[in-house]
Design a protein around this ligand. Structure first.
Ligand code: ARG
Ligand code: ZN
Length: 881
């Protein structure tokens, strides 16, 4: 059943207060719920509609009187009371069985502890309630549980009372002073310990910060706590937003569907985004913790204080909050080049995951018009493309203008549930800008393609850039109207310097070297004056819009940009274009030669350009690493009309092997020059050095000789941190050399560190030397389980999503594996299963023989009688579009 955005109606009843009582028991939890409601003047309906799922109704009273079953209507997932009085106090008693809840939505048990996850529609699995984000209420929560088993009882807001109940049970009463939608409710009842700290806000007010974990993990909470303090400070400084509670808690849980959840005052996190010390966590893990801690904290204003009217507006809070966490991470590094490195990472994510989504069967606008299952719309489009849309406001109105827009947004909407349009209106009104056309970024799906042409008039000294745009059709949207696209441009002289620009009719600062062209029509001409020589254009600097840029760069121009562009993102981009041209040619040659790489050649020009960047010590190591990574097999596949995963793999490996051999001495020198001796620190410079060093190692290990193998083995044995240790092991596994003893040692060292064992599975699953039979064998390992999402993802998703040459094995055996585990996972956890199901999105792009086998696998899943809505929506759309 499809739900449409256009069908929105306001709720018939508003809720003022909610009083919840929990008698927690894994098998049989009793929930008493007292809701004070009143009729909504904005609605004509007088029916109270409550949602409920997987719960048993025990008693229902309206204004003190028990309702007989004839006085309400209970159908599947809603409870309706027709013609209710204007004021209604509902008392509802229900039962649920948390220990049996394997979907991890609602109230569930993880490692013997109670946790909740209510976004998007999990609260209805706890009690009957108008479970929609535009119903905001004040909550009081009483928790009762066995004290020995659950010594810690937490909920949103402030602890106002606690005590003993006799027979070993105790209680805690919590009150959240702020109105909130039900999806932000949370409770934790657990045996946990915390790192805590009193922290003084800039206003002088003192708050209590806590990070709760299982006992053995107290040595891994420092970085999360530091990140939380940094987040609090950053939101004060950049946006003038203060923590509004006296107490802020982060709780880590090992079984969690997503990254983390911004429940008011009680953020619940996947352990992956909390726990870190140098022994178990990599630089990437550290960066992930900083970003996610920031993200959830920033939701307190963008999401909680101002929330979404309905779930179609999800990007209102997610796109904005991702943008905020991106800016936070960039500001934490603090340097321009560090900022650029984070931006390049964002571009890679878009190309790797969002552009394919935008072009595939699940394509949807940033603000979708319909869905079957909202959980399927926590996507890279809503999150990352949504963040790009927010970033474009900042590009169009400037940093100060953006801040003005944010201020106006909170002035107008604090305490409200609003729409994406309200955010756009605040940005427009605060800056006196007409942003009506900008709305199309929210309503039209698909990745726009911007084509650039240039012409130079040496006599008039004019340089014209002609930009045009188009956007391919997507499901339900055949024709698209032009977008409002900010295209940042600079011009390079022959010596590689930025030219001071004079844009005809432009309002930019005198002497500016980057200007933002606003493309609003299908085609527009932009004229630069006083240009003394034919320049090399650097177009779409800093990736100023989430588009595909087409421009017929010559190799010479790209080499010029790759060595001189002052914009690091476009400098990197030039290198990617040089590599991509070659990768596509090589792939075609491999395919024509029946899969062989015999006779392939890589030109010296390209190798020399790579050498120059590798050895340029004036460049950030982190930037050099990114510049040397070839486009991924997935990104290459997206450039092809008919995808041949094996040929792509062979071509890319050939290129890596050739670079590794040609630059052997330079790689070795950089390997040694970028060591980070002494105590581990996750700072950006050290992490960048490790990244470059480990990239050098991986190149040296494509076809290693004895000395190189020894290098990897030594790194593995001597490494003082997980970044170096795992990189060494990965390089061994990928080289095809005997890695068995090292894998075994790694396992034994970290047997009791679940997150490291996830890495152990993941690195094997993603190695091109691991086929589906090997994955099935790994599934027999005692440490493997489908029930823990992190573990299931580590092995299954890293195989189906990050190992394309094996996933697309010619016999289709891996597709059968995919179908089998989509079905198995669906019976346990539909949200996780539906993510796996997305792995077949691009099936129509493969060669006919593969396509037929993929279709068969999709049909096998779609043909199952008992499928969740989650998986059904994904496979139905894949087969239809
Ligand atoms: N709002 C959370 C975040 O982005 C994500 C929660 C998604 N949960 C879900 N079941 N889809 O931080
Ligand atoms: Zn979020």
């Amino acid at each position: 059943q499809t739900i449409f955005r256009k069908d929105y109606t306001p709720p018939a009843y508003l809720v003022d207060t909610v009083e919840l009582g929990f008698d927690l028991d894994p098998d049989r939890t009793v929930v008493a719920n007292r809701i004070t409601m009143r009729q909504n003047p904005a609605s004509k309906s007088r029916d109270i509609v409550l949602h409920g799922e997987e719960i048993e109704l025990v008693a229902l009273r309206l204004n003190g009187k028990t309702l007989a079953p004839t006085e309400y209507h209970l159908n599947g997932s809603t409870l309706t009371i027709r013609k209710a009085p204007a004021k209604a106090v509902l008392e509802i008693e229900t039962l649920c069985a948390p220990v049996q809840n394997t979907s991890l939505s609602g109230l569930y048990v993880s490692n013997g502890n109670f946790f909740t996850q209510c976004e998007a529609e999990g609260f209805r699995r706890i009690t009957y309630f108008p479970d929609r984000p535009d119903v905001m209420a004040k909550y009081t929560v009483m928790l009762r549980a066995d004290k020995a088993a659950y010594p810690v009882l937490l909920s949103n807001g402030n602890l106002i009372e606690e005590g003993e109940l006799g027979d070993g049970r105790h209680y805690a009463k919590w009150e959240d002073p702020f109105k909130k939608p039900s999806y932000l409710f949370a409770l934790v009842a657990a045996r946990l310990v915390c790192q805590e700290e009193r922290y003084t806000l800039q206003s002088g007010r003192e708050v209590l910060l806590q990070v709760w974990v299982e006992e053995g993990n107290l040595d891994k909470t420092d970085y999360a706590m530091q990140s939380l303090k940094n987040s609090i400070r950053w939101d004060e400084e950049r946006f003038g937003l203060e923590l509004d509670l006296d107490r802020f808690m982060i709780v880590a849980v090992g079984d969690f569907n997503m990254g983390a959840m911004e429940n008011k005052g009680l953020n619940i996190f996947n352990t992956k985004f909390v726990l870190a010390n140098p022994r178990v966590a990599t630089d990437i893990d550290y960066a992930g913790i900083e970003a996610v801690v920031g993200h959830e904290y920033f939701h307190n204003w963008t999401g909680n204080r101002v929330t979404c009217r309905d779930w179609f507006q999800l990007s209102l809070k997610e796109g904005l909050t991702v943008f905020r966490d991106q800016e936070f991470s960039a500001d934490m590094i603090g340097t321009d080049s560090g900022r650029a490195v984070t931006r390049i990472d964002q571009v890679r994510t878009l190309r790797q995951a969002q552009f394919p989504e935008d072009a595939g069967p699940m394509s949807h606008p940033v603000r979708p018009d319909s869905f079957v299952e909202i959980n399927n719309f926590y996507t890279v489009t809503v999150y990352e493309k949504g963040a790009e849309v927010v970033r474009m406001y900042q590009t169009l109105v400037g940093r100060d203008g953006f801040r003005k827009g944010m201020d106006l947004y909170f002035k107008r909407h604090d305490g409200q549930a609003v729409e994406c349009d309200d955010f756009r209106a605040a940005m427009a009104d605060a800056n006196g800008r007409d942003l009506r056309q900008f709305e199309r970024w929210y309503s039209q799906a698909g990745t726009p393609i911007v084509t650039a042409r240039t012409r130079y008039d040496a006599v008039k000294r004019n340089f014209d850039i002609i930009l045009s745009q188009r956007c391919p059709a997507s499901a339900g949207q055949a024709d698209k109207l032009p977008f409002h696209i900010p295209v940042a441009v600079g011009l390079l002289s022959a010596s590689g310097k930025d030219l001071p620009l004079t844009l005809e009719g432009g309002k930019h600062a005198k002497g500016a070297t980057t200007v933002v062209l606003e493309l609003t029509e299908q085609e527009q001409i932009f004229r630069f004056r006083h240009v003394d020589e034919r320049p090399t254009p650097s177009i779409l600097r800093d990736f100023s819009a989430p588009v595909i840029l087409e421009y017929d760069y010559t190799d010479d121009e790209l080499l010029h940009l790759f060595s001189h562009d002052s914009d690091p993102v476009n400098r990197w981009e030039a290198g990617q274009r040089l590599a991509m041209e070659r990768l596509l040619k090589l792939t075609a040659q491999v395919a024509a030669a029946g899969g062989s790489d015999a006779g392939l050649k890589l030109d010296a020009t390209f190798i020399n350009a790579q050498r120059a960047v590798l050895t340029d010590d004036t460049l950030d190591p982190a930037f050099r690493e990114l510049a040397l990574i070839l486009p991924s097999e997935i990104i290459i596949a997206e450039q092809m009309d008919v995808v041949d995963p094996q040929a792509i793999h062979v071509a890319r490996q050939f290129m890596r092997r050739t670079i590794g051999a040609a630059l052997k001495s330079e790689l070795l020198a950089q390997y040694h020059a970028n060591q980070t001796p002494g105590a581990y620190s996750p700072d950006a410079l050290s992490a960048g050095k490790r990244a470059l060093k480990n990239l050098c190692l991986s190149y040296l290990m494509v076809a290693p000789d004895m000395a190189e193998l020894k290098l990897a083995q030594q790194q593995f044995e001597k490494a003082g941190n997980m970044t170096d240790r795992s990189a060494a092991l990965v390089s061994m596994i990928h080289s095809g050399a005997e890695a068995g003893p090292y894998l075994k040692a790694f396992y034994q060292d970290f047997e009791h560190e679940a997150l490291v064992i996830d890495k152990w599975f993941a690195m094997q699953a993603a190695a091109p030397t691991t086929n589906v039979a090997a994955v099935r064998k790994l599934m027999q390992h005692p440490a493997f389980t489908l029930k823990n999402p992190n573990r299931a993802r580590s092995l299954i998703f890293n195989f189906t999503g990050a190992n394309p040459s094996q996933f697309h094995a010619a016999d289709g055996s891996a597709y059968e594996f995919w179908a089998e585990f989509v079905i198995k996972l669906d019976a346990i956890n539909p949200q996780v299963a539906a993510r796996l199901a997305r792995g077949m999105d691009r099936w129509r792009r493969y060669a006919p023989a593969l396509q037929a086998k993929m279709k068969k696998a999709l049909e096998k899943v779609a043909g199952r009688a008992k499928l969740s809505n989650d998986v059904l929506e994904v496979v139905t759309k894949a087969l239809a579009n």
